[in-house]
Structures are given as structure tokens and as C-alpha cells.
Design a binder for this molecule. Structure first.
Ligand code: KIV
Ligand code: NA
Length: 266
């Protein structure tokens, strides 16, 4: 199968072919996702919640993203590999953003980066990154790195003014050279309006069917995170229950001296 590029991302929107992205954080799950046929693998800073046990993505560091990005790279052959830039590594100055983003591109060999926010300052940073050869995926709506200023995990861009603001932000990101935009926790009609307003593909999470693609955290769709129950999530597996059950059966057999059997011994 042909490798997915930022160009094929743009073509998918023209052809109205929905894009499929999952967030995965290591070679094991990146390989399984790649083999499952996703278009893009995001090494999301949601790894802070999912694998590090944190409450927010705010404490995630650049070195942690590089470690996970490099691991996911080794499992990814066809899908576009996108790495999240973590909190405060791209917001301070454009110069620092260029250096930090450059490090992630060089040390993980990822294909693109994702940055949260749609302010004029963020757009200028994105313009500089793209000019330097680094493809950028934007991220609007609920932006988890700003959870403390947004006042919690909640739907964004409700109401006409907020919806217009979101459309403006998306246009600004497109104008700055972003190749795609994640829309997180946005009313479906607003996400559809944004999707119509830009020529780059929108990838939704909790943003309805009107986006050009969908993203879920792989661990969530596998059913590994069964304490996490947002309305938008659909589980396609039962891996939390499967894992507990497998561990219980292993423990039972070890305690009963039923494992290892003769066939497992040398
Ligand atoms: O960190 C992440 O997994 C994300 C996606 C949910 C879009 O940003
Ligand atoms: Na993220």
C-alpha cells in the first residue's frame, strides 16, 4: 500500500474520502494500527492521561514525546505519523517553536506535528514552521493543554459568536499553511460549518459526522480505558475486560501449578 502523505490528506478531502486517525504511543500499537489500515497515527500528548496516569496533558514533556514518537515511528510504515507538540514548547516564541519542533522532526523522524490553538500568534508560528519544512496539523475547539483556562473538559464553540470565532480560527490556520485541523468537542453543526469553510481536511473527535475524518485514542476505541466514558466515544473492543481476564487465568494456573505444562518446558 502507498504511503500516506500530506498531499494524499488534501486529496482525500477533494474526493470526499473520510480520513481515519488513531492516537497511539508505541511501536506495538502503531504497528497494529498501521496494519489495520489507518491513514494517520497521532502520537498524542494524551499519552499523559492514558499511559502516564496524569489528570491532564499539561505535565507532558518534549523528551517524553520524542521517546514515544521514535517508538511509534518504528511501528509505522504506511500511515502518516503525526507527533503532538507538548505544552509550552511552541507558545513562547516562534524561534523556540522552530527549535523544539525541529528536534521532534529530527529525533522521531515523524511526518508532521500537531499544535493546539488558533490565535494570530499561533498562526504566525505555524507559518514559520511550514516555511521551514515542517507540516503542521492544527487543533481547535477543546484544546486539552488549555483545560485550566477553559474551565474543564467541555464542549466548545456553542452559540453564534463562538461558532464564528471557530470558523475564523480555522481559516487563519489554513491561511498559515496548516495541512489539516483536529476539531475536538464541538457541536456537530458548527464542525460541519468549519469543514465547509476551509479547503484542508478537518478531523473530528466529539465533533459529529460533518468532519472530513475522525480520530479516537486507540486505547479508548479498544475498550482499554473503561473508566473513561465521554458521550462521543464508541468502543470497538473489550480489551480492559480481556486483559483482566487473561491475567486472572494466568494467576489461577500458576497458583494451581497448571502452568507451565510439559509442552512449555525444556
Ligand atoms: O492527544 C491526543 O490524543 C489528541 C487527539 C485526541 C486529537 O490530541
Ligand atoms: Na493532544
Amino acid at each position: 500500500p502507498k504511503k500516506v502523505t500530506v498531499r494524499s490528506f488534501a486529496q482525500a478531502k477533494e474526493r470526499r474520502e473520510p480520513l481515519v486517525m488513531v492516537a497511539a504511543y508505541d511501536a506495538l500499537f502503531a504497528r497494529l494500527s498501521d496494519e489495520g489500515g489507518v491513514d494517520a497515527i497521532l502520537v498524542g500528548d494524551s499519552l499523559g492521561n492514558v499511559v502516564a496516569g496524569l489528570d491532564t496533558t499539561v505535565p507532558v514533556t518534549l523528551d517524553q514525546m520524542i521517546y514515544h514518537g521514535a517508538a511509534a515511528r518504528r511501528g509505522t510504515t504506511r500511515a502518516l505519523l503525526v507527533v503532538d507538540m507538548p505544552f509550552l514548547t511552541y507558545q513562547v516564541t516562534t524561534e523556540r517553536a522552530l527549535l523544539n519542533c525541529g528536534r521532534v522532526m529530527q529525533e522521531t523522524r515523524c511526518d508532521a506535528l500537531k499544535l493546539e490553538g488558533g490565535s494570530p500568534e499561533m498562526a504566525e508560528t505555524i507559518r514559520a514552521l511550514v516555511r521551514a519544512g515542517m507540516p503542521v496539523m492544527g487543533h481547535l475547539g477543546f484544546t486539552p493543554q488549555s483545560v485550566h483556562t477553559l474551565g474543564g473538559f467541555r464542549v466548545q464553540a456553542r452559540g453564534d459568536d463562538a461558532a464564528r470565532q471557530l470558523v475564523d480560527d480555522a481559516r487563519r490556520l489554513e491561511d498559515a499553511g496548516a495541512f489539516s485541523i483536529v476539531l475536538e468537542l464541538v457541536p456537530a453543526d458548527v464542525a460541519a460549518r468549519v469543514t465547509e469553510a476551509v479547503s484542508i481536511p478537518t478531523i473530528g473527535i466529539g465533533a459529529g459526522l460533518g468532519c472530513d475524518g475522525q480520530v479516537l485514542v486507540l486505547a479508548d476505541l479498544l475498550g482499554l480505558t473503561d473508566a473513561f466514558t465521554p458521550k462521543f466515544l464508541k468502543r470497538y473492543g473489550t480489551m480492559a475486560a480481556d486483559t483482566r481476564d487473561a491475567v486472572r487465568r494466568f494467576a489461577t494456573e500458576v497458583r494451581a501449578r497448571a502452568y507451565p505444562g510439559d509442552e512449555h518446558a525444556f
